[in-house]
Design a protein around this ligand. Structure first.
Ligand code: 5GP
Length: 207
């Protein structure tokens, strides 16, 4: 059998409110090669969200059962709700040679780093924390208490940047997308991913 490159598992993470969702949406609109994993959550759908599109919305009992059944690649409790990545979709897509992107918070990213260190870890950073707070307030979906707890989490999340391969500043969404696309492209050209292809690769009609 010929050489078949596996897909990349791209983990896009960073503090709450930094714009991970917006950047992912913009990447999607560009029609990149990245496939988006839909997470499972116990939080209630926001207006305009529906089951199976933004998330699979489940009860806490259902979520705990998924953990017990080993159906999640990673999971985390975040501001009172559970979030997790279904393992099947990720495994099948990567095995099939297609790239998957996960948009997740940092605790989940660290779990993946332990289980799957060959994944590509990208930290999306705000220009500064003041800007981050403005963005969370601007979203208008959170109460004052929740904004404060998200900021507390965000400060500690910034300290975890050192565990990542790349940092991308989300100063402008399109610029952030350009950087992410460039990183993914470069990763596909790594020698350790491709060396097998060039071993004994004389071509069909070699002389
Ligand atoms: P939101 O409630 O605003 O949609 O998401 C809250 C946080 O949960 C965001 O930082 C988002 O990236 C993260 N998140 C979404 N899906 C997952 C997941 O499957 N696993 C983990 N660990 N975090 C997730």
């Amino acid at each position: 059998m010929g050489f078949k490159e596996k897909g990349l598992l791209v983990v896009l993470s960073g503090p709450s409110g930094v714009g991970k969702g917006t950047v992912c949406k913009a990447l999607r609109a560009r029609g990149t090669s990245l496939h988006y994993s839909i997470s499972v959550t116990t939080r209630k759908p926001r207006e305009g969200e529906s089951d199976g599109v933004q998330y699979f919305f489940r009860t806490r009992e259902q979520f705990q059962q998924m953990i017990r059944d080993g159906e999640l690649l990673e999971w985390a409790e975040y501001v009172g709700n559970y979030y997790g990545t279904p393992v099947d979709y990720v495994r099948k897509t990567v095995e099939d040679g297609r790239d998957v992107i996960l948009e997740i918070e940092v605790q989940g990213a660290l779990q993946i780093k332990k289980k799957f260190p060959q994944a590509l870890f990208i930290f999306l950073a705000p220009p500064n924390l003041h800007e981050l707070k403005k963005r969370i307030i601007g979203r208008g979906t959170e109460t004052a208490d929740l904004i404060e707890s998200r900021m507390t989490v965000a400060r500690s999340e910034m300290e975890l940047m050192e565990n990542y391969d790349y940092v991308v500043e989300n100063d402008e969404v399109e610029k952030a997308c350009d950087r992410i696309e460039s990183i993914v492209l470069a990763e596909h050209c790594r020698v350790d991913r491709l060396i097998e292809k060039y071993k004994n690769n004389e071509g069909a009609d070699s002389l």
